[in-house]
Design a protein around this ligand. Structure first.
Ligand SMILES: [Zn+2]
Length: 120
């Protein structure tokens, strides 16, 4: 069931609100997500609101340069991204959501390594 959550990076410069069903959380085995080690949830674009920190966001792109991986340029925390396979959606770092213990969830594994078009 979708619920409302508030999210932020570590320093608080980047703040956002989402409507998400955390029963649909995922991890991903592509080379980037493996290093981020993040539990994520994908949500429709209309379920995401950036509250603060637009000018604090850094953008990382690699491989096909379609996905947009955002992070706070002050504290470095990955906050959310726009997936390559579903650019109309947001991928959210569940650990950034207030009051949520991402380690207590049971995320599905997304086989991003196999989906990757070029470099793994
Ligand atoms: Zn920050």
């Amino acid at each position: 069931m979708e619920q409302d959550y508030q999210g932020s990076c570590h320093c608080g410069a980047v703040q956002f609100a989402v409507k998400a069903d955390l029963n649909n959380s995922i991890t991903c085995n592509c080379s980037l997500c493996s290093k981020k080690n993040a539990v994520m949830v994908r949500i429709p674009g209309e379920n995401f609101t950036l509250i603060a920190g637009q000018d604090m966001l850094g953008l990382y792109q690699w491989n096909t340069n379609i996905a947009k991986h955002y992070f706070c340029t002050t504290c470095g925390i990955y906050t959310f991204h726009r997936p390559r396979s579903a650019p109309e959606k947001y991928g959210i770092n569940v650990a950034c959501l207030d009051g949520i213990d991402a380690r207590a969830l049971h995320p599905q594994l997304l086989d991003g390594a196999s989906l990757s078009r070029e470099a793994k």
